[in-house]
Design a protein around this ligand. Sequence first.
Ligand code: GDP
Length: 445
Amino acid sequence: MFENLSDRLSGVFDKLTKQGALSEDDVKTALREVRVALLEADVSLPVARDFVKAVQEKATGQAVTKSITPGQQVVKIVHDELQHILTGDEDPGALKIDNPPAPILMVGLQGSGKTTTTAKLAKRLKDREGKRVLMASLDTNRPAAMEQLAILGGQIGVDTLPIVPGETPVQIAKRAKTQASLGGYDVYMLDTAGRLHIDQELIAQAAEVRDVANPRETLLVVDGLTGQDAVNVAQEFDDKIGVSGVVLTRMDGDGRGGAALSMRAITGKPIRFVGLGEKLDAIETFEPDRIAGRILGMGDIVALVEKAQETIEAEQAEKMMKRFQKGRFNMNDLKMQLEQMMKMGGMEGMMGMLPGAAKMAKQMDQAGFDDSILKRQIALINSMTKKERANPDLLAASRKKRIAKGAGLEVSELNKLVKQHKQMAGMMKKMGKGGMLKQAMKGMM
Ligand code: GDP
């Protein structure tokens, strides 16, 4: 699917990962090559530019990890960034088809593979989800296209709406809806007319059908071989009709793959499926991590770096635990925990993960807790000096007033915070002796 790009990138990174130390220039040169490779794969210029910039920034800011080479680290960053720009729907293959019969509108230019994709998706829904699907062709200008859908339906064992000559697309859409309801179908797919270019009539017709059918999904089929054109077509369809996702076809060919990389960044629309051949089961969901892996072809290195990063995190946790066991649980630690709680969406997720957290949560709950308390407590800690954070015993009454004022809060709130900190520190120390802290820390990391 991305052979050329993949070859080019592995060339760049083979060189890079073989080197021990990397200078900034080495990385710059490599990234320049990455940029050229992306552009040659027909990735749009702004997307390629942003991509390289993001990698550059992350590579500069990264702490060096002992067990891996800088080159390997750069590979991992590029991999993550690829995954990032490819990221689409969480579950691209999950079509919204509750409330039967659910209409799915298929739109796209003529020759994009729209009819084939309609049949591929119908087959998928039938085979994988056991759905009863009805397909209808709305391409009244091209009787051959209508016949084609009926033939494909016969091949995959999916019903098609009988062709009634002289009907308009809107009439066909209405009939499909009635038929789908009466016939107990789960899904009905409307294969709209395609044209060679986007024109007024095509858009007007698709919009009219959309308004009648009220589709749960509007899938745009575009030819992946057309590169940036595919992205432009998607943008235009989305502006004029509104689409819920894109299917990129002909990704089995030796196309340059740039459309896949630019689509989300430029149109904001997720790629849901990719077509990988003429056969009716040649379709796959678009999974960013798998595709990023395929493009880079360096899964081993990515796994290695992940492992090394995990080790570092574990080492940090171990260090922190040792400090807690000695009773050294300061305001910085508490702040980190409060931030962690915010990340986990408040108290619920925090319950039982840390000694003292559950109790603290209960107290907070009784006091009419809401997440704004976390923010206020963090503000209070931020308002302390470095020394005070490291050693909260230093907090004298006069300082407390200043700190509370600095955070725009009452001293009583600061006193509550200090009390909580003491309780937690005490509990940490006790549990540290019994070895229970280790368990609790594991839950938190
Ligand atoms: P439509 O005019 O958009 O409905 O296009 P069709 O569905 O008739 O497809 C046009 C041609 O493209 C047919 O020969 C299909 O077999 C072929 N085609 C469709 N999808 C793919 C794909 O993913 N890969 C390849 N290689 N060919 C495809």
